[in-house]
Design a binder for this molecule. Structure first.
Ligand SMILES: Nc1ncnc2c1ncn2[C@@H]1O[C@H](COP(=O)(O)OP(=O)(O)O)[C@@H](O)[C@H]1O
Ligand SMILES: [Mg+2]
Length: 250
């Protein structure tokens, strides 16, 4: 038994004979906030697809929370087991209010879509707590289509939080955000990372340097480098394939 919430061992995924993930080994510990970086096409999103059951591996195994074999369980069951994923593009229900979106997200987890009342007290408390932590309490009654881009992203993170995931997977959560919104997001991740594990796929190296402790670099479906952010950004291989000379200085 390992002490990892997520263990990817020997995973290979091919599309049209091209290995997108190539005998990949990767793991995340309980309570960790891990950043995953790498050039376009490195296989980052595919790795998330494998963990969430959206794509099946040709070879290898993904184990979640010691006992769940991700390749054998449906996407919906994986949500119930405690894996929450945010995709690159926001997918909130624009005509529903912020509060109603959170309600709908709870409904998805529990399999009952009940809008407009009948939530348990515990569920309402969870929504209130989530509104506070995402800084959306004052906007809970407005249609979510009127939120700023950053606020929509936070709402989506909130929609995961109400489902109480043990592991959150976030694909480029700060894309399109202003610097200020990025800072807020980094602080939000650190706050919510206190009692769960989070894997963040990210391109913005300023953001990564500011908020990451451990970084994993993926390149051509393999693990290129992993370690503290300072060490990773000084690694010659990482500089060559990903960062380029301009990124070398912190
Ligand atoms: N469903 C798919 N069918 C065919 N090729 C795919 C599919 N998903 C991803 N790919 C290919 O796999 C490679 C890795 O993609 P992806 O995991 O999205 O990379 P990243 O997120 O690191 O940019 C790319 O070359 C992409 O075109
Ligand atoms: Mg991607």
């Amino acid at each position: 038994m390992s002490d990892c919430i997520l263990e990817v061992s020997g995973v290979t995924v091919s599309f049209d004979g091209f290995k997108v993930l190539d005998d990949l080994n990767f793991s995340i510990g309980y309570g960790e906030l891990r950043f995953l970086i790498g050039p376009n096409g490195a296989g980052k999103s595919t790795l998330l697809d494998i963990v969430t059951g959206k794509t099946q591996a040709d070879k290898g195994k993904v184990t979640f929370d010691q006992t769940v074999n991700c390749g054998r369980v449906s996407e919906h069951q994986l949500v119930r087991h405690g894996i929450g994923r945010k995709f690159q593009t926001p997918s909130v229900f624009g005509s529903l209010s912020v509060y109603e979106n959170l309600e709908a997200a709870i409904g998805f987890k529990t399999n009952v879509f009940k809008l407009g009342g009948r939530l348990s007290g515990q569920q309402r408390d969870k929504i209130d707590e989530t509104l506070e932590i995402t800084n959306l309490a004052e906007r809970q009654d407005i249609p979510s289509e009127t939120l700023s881009h950053g606020q929509k992203q936070w709402l989506e993170i909130g929609m995961l939080l109400v489902q109480e995931p043990k592991l959150m997977l976030l694909d480029e959560p700060v894309a399109g955000m202003t610097r200020r919104e990025r800072d807020h997001t980094g602080e939000l991740l650190q706050r919510i990372g206190k009692n769960r594990s989070i894997l963040v796929v990210e391109h913005d190296m300023v953001f990564v340097r500011q908020f990451a402790t451990t970084v994993t670099v993926l390149h051509m479906g393999k693990l290129l480098c992993e370690g503290p952010v300072e060490q990773v950004q000084a690694d010659p291989h990482v500089i060559e394939v990903y960062l380029g000379r301009g990124h070398q200085a912190a």
